[in-house]
Design a protein around this ligand. Structure first.
Ligand SMILES: [Zn+2]
Length: 287
């Protein structure tokens, strides 16, 4: 083979490889644009393997975290409750304990307002977090855990629509990963957004031994016309031993809940209630 012929063959090979590569890039760009948003996001953000990361790892590259938490914190439920759904703990009328729960955070101002009130009254509560909010407000998340409160998984996007197993897995596993990387917490608690039990999320959660944590008392959290006074009254009227009270600190101003909370705490205390976290509630039922 002559030298010029060799050069020609090499040139053709290189040109061919390059144009194939460029074609591939264009094709991938096009196919990503065509992908509906949820799937595109899922693909761009692979789920970190929980076993291979350590707390405060590099999820938030632009906002480096200085986590005060250096050890794992395990939020578990008694074995008999793994993979089940509860709305309350079954306790006798004498056992006046109740669990306050706060959804959709962490959230600026509100979460800290709640933490201050809890601390004043020496109460621990349970927070169900949205993964995206943990990513956006890592320092607030760390404050909740440092205060000794308990944390559960409330999915990444708070979607209600039916999801296939892959999307359900992404919603829950990504949230578990960001909670762990931000705070060192590994939690067995899951709360389905909107309380929807049939859109795929609760099924995935139960298969993975989460406790699907519903509630017995929502006050009028879903009634836009309720005043903070009716909220207080409804929570107090609905309170029962072993009850789980649903409130929200994230996803909006929730000013009525913030206003009502001190009165809810006072009212329940005057009625003889003691406040516990969801895992503590279940341990009491187990006894
Ligand atoms: Zn929610």
């Amino acid at each position: 083979m002559t030298k010029s012929r060799k050069l020609f063959i090499w040139g053709a090979l290189i040109a061919g490889t390059c144009s194939f590569g460029i074609g591939l890039i264009f094709f991938r760009g096009w196919s990503h644009q065509k992908t509906p948003e949820p799937l595109a996001q899922a693909r761009q953000s692979p789920i970190p393997n929980l076993k291979s990361v350590s707390p405060a790892d590099s999820l938030n590259q632009d906002k480096p975290l200085k986590s005060p938490i250096t050890k794992d914190i395990i939020v578990s439920v008694p074995k008999q409750f793994e993979g089940t759904t509860i709305r309350e703990a079954k306790l006798s009328g004498q056992n006046k304990v109740i669990a306050l729960t706060f959804d959709d955070g962490p959230w600026p101002k509100n979460t800290e307002h709640v933490l201050n009130l809890l601390e004043q009254h020496k109460i621990k509560a349970t927070f169900f977090w949205i993964g995206e909010n943990v990513k956006n407000y890592p320092q607030i998340a760390q404050k909740v855990v440092a205060a000794g409160d308990v944390v559960g998984n409330h999915t990444w996007h708070h979607w209600y629509f039916p999801m296939n197993p892959a999307t359900s897995a992404d919603e829950i596993d990504k949230t578990a990963a960001v909670i762990y990387q931000t705070t060192g917490v590994k939690t067995d608690l899951f709360r389905p957004p909107g309380g929807f039990l049939k859109n795929g999320l609760a099924d995935y959660a139960k298969q993975h031994k989460y406790l699907v944590t519903m509630w017995s008392d929502d006050g009028p959290e879903f009634n836009r016309h309720a005043t903070w006074q009716t909220m207080v009254k409804d929570v107090l009227d609905g309170a029962k031993p072993g009850g789980i009270v649903l409130m929200h600190d994230g996803g909006g101003s929730h000013y009525k809940t913030m206003e009502a909370l001190p009165y809810i705490i006072d009212g329940l205390t005057k009625r003889g209630y003691r406040f516990v976290t969801v895992p503590e509630l279940l341990k009491l039922q187990q006894k």
